[in-house]
Design a protein around this ligand. Structure first.
Ligand code: GTP
Ligand code: MG
Length: 523
């Protein structure tokens, strides 16, 4: 309760602050004040959940089937919109959104199984078979087109064509952030699980959390889903109480057993769920699977409500200033390019921890408020007007000299907090202050992080930050550097080795070597 109260207080204050900011920025700095979302986390999640309840996902032969599908669907309800996408090799799908969830009910009631060899489950994932008699709809209708994530080369070209470093950061954000279709598919995937369990647990919600909803997601991010009970404790007037089985084991063993069963449900019954893996020994046991029809990697967990509060907190911070999301996106991208992050869990820093590093930096520069222990929000003095580019270069300068060996990073403190233990990297969990969210990060990886931060700070001082004669500049040059270095073509960047801290290049050595090389190059 304390956690929830703290979170609610914080959300309330940040929203208040954000509203006053929007008013200010209307007059003073409208340039990149592209506020994507002006609603609270709860409103956004509820709107997306209802959208998923009004939607079905239909596999079609090709995009040309869309008018026909629309006409067919309109016989059973009223179509509000259609969103087409394709997956390799040449599979086509359409998310059909109806005006009302009752229309989905109608559509599912008139749908069936034509093959007797299948497990005949009902789910909102369907396919549209060819008509018996060739009938082509005459309607002139094309579904909403969705631009796919650009290739690295396309992205580099767009960034090099930008007008400034700030523009580059915004371009990267616009083309790589999770888009509307991505959100729809994630909520629909969660809906499928919720519906599958609805008979036994009509009040269980399957809620997306993590980067799918916290505003920091990319087009290809995984879907973290948690199953949470949403039932109220009956009042004293309630006379009828459900019969129920006794919880056999209780606690963690019970959760693991339930997760195992959920894994079986996904593997054996849910259309599209494949490669089901059970990771039951982890701190939070999860079921991992790949959804073949949406192309999304999913992590399913149980009863982990803190994760949802964390997503709400990050969402609120992300919407409190238009510079936050592009900045976090660019830092995450940089970390991926230099190999600091890795989709597999391990002793390296995670996107979540990196996000907290960026948020802490923004707090220290007065862009974001501090999260106070009592829920009060304190804004440190700093330049609210600092432009996005300066904040980006400032991030690397800030951490290049941060004393990770002695201090922890805490979103609720304006002074540096001494590390409470000997963990190489200590980032205080903002909702459970006694925990370190980066306790998985090894000494080697912390050292690599430090060297890469210094590398980037130095590189951003060395490459042109504005378009000029250089082919590659600013953010494009920073992201290209590790790849060019791997091919022996870059003099600005020398990648530190993984797992060999003793042989890792010291930054002073790096400066000397690069300066020499640069001089040679100039000569
Ligand atoms: P991606 O790398 O894009 O998936 O980012 P993500 O933010 O979704 O990260 P991830 O899938 O690893 O974790 C999902 C969510 O779980 C995060 O956003 C956090 O809310 C939460 N989480 C992850 N790691 C930790 C941790 O160490 N401690 C706590 N308390 N929460 C965590
Ligand atoms: Mg995730």
């Amino acid at each position: 309760h304390v956690k929830i109260k703290l979170y609610k207080h914080t959300t309330y204050y940040i929203q208040k602050l954000w509203k006053s900011n929007v008013k200010k920025s209307d007059t003073k700095q409208p340039s990149y004040a592209e506020v994507e979302s002006q609603v609270s986390f709860e409103q956004m999640v509820e709107a997306r959940r209802q959208e998923a309840q009004r939607s079905v996902l239909v596999q079609v032969h090709s995009e040309e089937s869309c008018p026909d599908l629309r006409q067919y669907c309109n016989q059973h309800g009223e179509v509000r919109g259609m969103h087409h996408y394709s997956l390799p090799p040449d599979l086509h799908f359409v998310v059909v959104e109806f005006e009302d969830s009752a229309h989905v009910h109608n559509i599912l009631n008139v749908s069936g199984h034509i093959n007797k060899e299948v497990v005949p489950v009902q789910s909102p994932f369907l396919w549209f078979r060819a008509p018996k008699k060739a009938s082509q709809s005459k309607q002139d209708f094309s579904p909403q087109a969705h631009v796919e994530a650009p290739s690295t080369e396309e992205l580099q070209n767009w960034m090099n064509a930008a007008q400034s470093l700030s523009d580059q950061l915004l371009v990267l954000h616009r083309v790589t952030a999770l888009n509307d279709l991505g959100s729809r598919l994630r909520f629909l995937t969660a809906r499928q699980i919720e519906l599958a369990l609805a008979g036994l647990f009509p009040h269980v919600k399957a809620l997306p959390f993590g980067s799918s909803v916290n505003g920091f997601g990319r087009a290809t991010c995984d879907l973290d889903v948690v199953l949470l009970p949403d039932c109220e404790v009956p009042s004293d007037d309630c006379r009828l109480v459900f019969h129920a089985k006794a919880a056999l084991m209780g606690g963690r063993p019970q959760t693991q057993r339930l997760m195992e069963t959920l894994g079986d449900v996904c593997q054996l019954l849910l259309p599209g769920c494949s490669h089901v893996r059970r990771v039951l020994q982890a701190r939070v046991p999860i079921i991992k699977f790949k959804h073949e029809l949406t192309g999304i990697e999913c992590d399913l967990s149980l009863d982990n409500d803190t994760a949802v509060h964390m997503s709400a907190l990050l969402y609120t911070l992300g919407t409190s200033d238009p510079r936050v999301r592009p900045l976090v996106g660019a830092v995450r991208r940089w970390a991926r390019e230099v190999g600091l992050t890795n989709p597999a869990p391990g002793r390296w820093i995670t996107n979540f921890s990196l996000t907290l590093l960026v948020l802490f930096y923004l707090q220290q520069h007065g862009v974001l408020p501090l999260l106070g222990a009592t829920g009060d929000v304190v804004r440190l003095p700093g330049s609210v007007k600092t432009d996005l580019a300066a904040l980006f270069t400032g991030f690397f300068e800030f951490y290049a000299s941060f004393d990770f060996a002695s201090y922890a990073v805490s979103l609720s403190s304006k002074v540096e907090v001494p590390k409470p233990d000997h963990a190489p990297l200590y980032i205080v969990n903002p909702l459970e202050r006694g925990l370190n969210v980066s306790r998985n990060v090894s000494r080697d990886e912390t050292e690599r992080l430090r060297v890469e931060l210094r590398n980037a700070a130095w590189l951003l001082e060395s490459v042109p930050l504005d378009p000029g004669t250089a082919k590659s500049w600013g953010l494009a040059a920073l992201l290209e550097a590790p790849h060019a270095a791997a091919k022996g073509r870059n003099i600005f960047y020398i990648p530190p080795r993984r797992s060999t801290p003793s042989r890792m290049m010291d930054v002073t050595e790096l400066f000397d070597k690069s300066t020499v090389e640069m001089q040679q190059h100039t000569e």
